[in-house]
Design a protein around this ligand. Structure first.
Ligand code: TRP
Length: 338
C-alpha cells in the first residue's frame, strides 16, 4: 500500500432497483475518481435494503445490477474492493455492538427515519430505526477515513462520528476508530426530480418522467428531458437568478455533472435563449454518458459467472480486513477470543 492509500474510502449503494442519474452523479461518479487515489471499498448494502420489504428474487437481481453498474461505470475490481454486505458477516456483528454504543435519543433525531417510516412509525421495522448503526458498522469496520455520500446521508455520517467517539471514550481506546469525513459534492449530491425541482430525484416517485434511469435508452432520455419542467422565462444571466428557478437550476446541475463544464459556463452559453436548444444539448450529453454504461450493464448482467467471481473475490478481501478489526474490537470489549 502506498502512502496516499492511507486514506480509506468506504461507500455503499442500496440494491433497491432502478439506479438513476442522481445515484450516479451523487455517488458512483465520485467513486471512480477516488479509486485512483485511495484504498477503496464499494459495497452493495443488501442488509440495509431489507429494512423495508423486498421481493427475494428482485433483491438478488438488483444486487447483481449494482455490482454490474459499479463495473460498467468504470470501477476497476482489481483496484477497489467490490462486494455485497451480507457476504461479510462482520457487518451484522459490529452493528449489534454499535447498537449498544449508540443512544436511542441519537437515533430519534434521524430525519431519514421519520421520512421513510411515514405516518405509521409503530409499524416500521426496528431495522429501519437502527439502520444508521449498521451504516456506522460498515464504515468503522474498515476504519474508513473518507465516505462519499449524497447530502441526505450527512446526518448518518455525523452519527457515525458520534458513535466512533463514544466507543473510543467508553473503552478508553483512544483513536481506535478514526472519525470519518464525509465527501460531498454539494451541487450534484442533490439531484432533484425533473417534475419538481424541490423534491429529490427518487426511484419511488410515481412518475417515470421524474428521473433519468441508467437503464433508459436514448429515445427515452430525449423524451424525458423534453418534458422536464423549466420556467416561463429565458435562461437568466446569473447564478443568483438561476437559484430562484429550482427546475432550471437542477437541469444545470445535471448538465454540469455529466460534462466537464461549470454551471456558470453553461449559463453563459445559453443565457437569453429559450430552453429548447439547452435541452437538446443536455439530452445528447446524457445519452453520451449513459448509453455505453447501460449497454455494458446489460452485457454484464448476462454473465452471472463473471459477476459471481467479482463478488466472491471482493468479499474475501473485505472479510479478511473486517475480521481483523472485529478481533481487535472483541478484545477491547472483553469478549473471549474465539
Ligand atoms: N445509507 C446509504 C444510502 O442509502 C447507503 C449506505 C449504507 C452507505 N452503508 C453505507 C453509504 C456506508 C456510505 C457508507 O445511500
Amino acid at each position: 500500500m502506498n502512502s496516499a492509500k492511507n486514506k480509506i474510502v468506504f461507500s455503499g449503494v442500496q440494491p433497491s432497483g432502478d439506479l438513476h442519474i442522481g445515484n450516479y452523479l451523487g455517488a458512483i461518479k465520485n467513486f471512480i475518481t477516488m479509486q485512483h487515489e485511495y484504498d477503496c471499498l464499494f459495497c452493495v448494502v443488501d442488509l440495509h435494503a431489507i429494512t423495508v420489504k423486498q421481493d427475494p428474487a428482485e433483491l438478488k437481481n438488483n444486487t447483481y445490477e449494482v455490482v454490474a453498474t459499479y463495473i460498467a461505470s468504470g470501477i476497476d475490481p482489481e483496484k477497489s474492493i467490490i462486494f455485497n454486505q451480507s457476504n461479510v458477516s462482520c457487518h451484522a456483528e459490529l452493528a449489534w455492538i454499535l447498537n449498544c454504543v449508540c443512544r436511542i435519543g441519537w437515533l430519534n433525531r434521524m430525519t431519514q427515519f421519520k421520512e421513510k417510516a411515514g405516518h405509521d412509525k409503530e409499524n416500521a421495522s426496528s431495522g429501519l430505526f437502527s439502520y444508521p448503526t449498521l451504516m456506522a458498522a460498515d464504515i468503522l469496520l474498515y476504519k474508513a477515513t473518507h465516505v462519499p455520500v449524497g447530502n441526505d446521508q450527512k446526518q448518518h455520517l455525523e452519527l457515525t462520528r458520534d458513535i466512533a467517539q463514544k466507543f473510543n471514550n467508553d473503552f478508553k481506546a483512544k483513536d481506535f476508530f478514526p472519525l470519518p469525513e464525509p465527501f460531498i459534492d454539494k451541487d450534484i449530491s442533490r439531484i432533484m426530480s425533473l417534475r419538481n425541482g424541490l423534491e429529490k430525484m427518487s426511484k419511488s416517485d410515481e412518475s417515470d418522467y421524474s428521473r433519468i434511469s441508467l437503464m433508459d435508452d436514448g429515445e427515452t432520455i430525449r423524451k424525458k428531458i423534453k418534458k422536464a419542467k423549466t420556467a416561463d422565462v429565458l435562461m437568466p444571466e446569473t447564478e443568483k437568478e438561476v437559484n430562484n428557478l429550482p427546475e432550471v437550476n437542477n437541469l444545470l446541475n445535471i448538465f454540469s455533472g455529466v460534462t466537464k463544464k461549470s454551471k456558470i459556463e453553461l449559463i453563459n452559453a445559453y443565457s437569453g435563449k429559450n430552453f429548447s436548444g439547452f435541452k437538446e444539448n443536455l439530452s445528447e450529453a446524457l445519452v453520451e454518458l449513459i448509453s455505453p454504461i447501460n449497454s455494458e450493464i446489460s452485457k454484464l448482467m448476462d454473465d452471472r459467472n463473471y459477476l459471481d467471481s467479482i463478488i466472491k473475490k471482493g468479499s474475501e478481501k473485505a472479510n479478511e480486513r473486517a475480521l481483523k478489526t472485529l478481533a481487535e474490537i472483541y478484545d477491547i470489549i472483553g469478549f473471549i477470543k474465539r
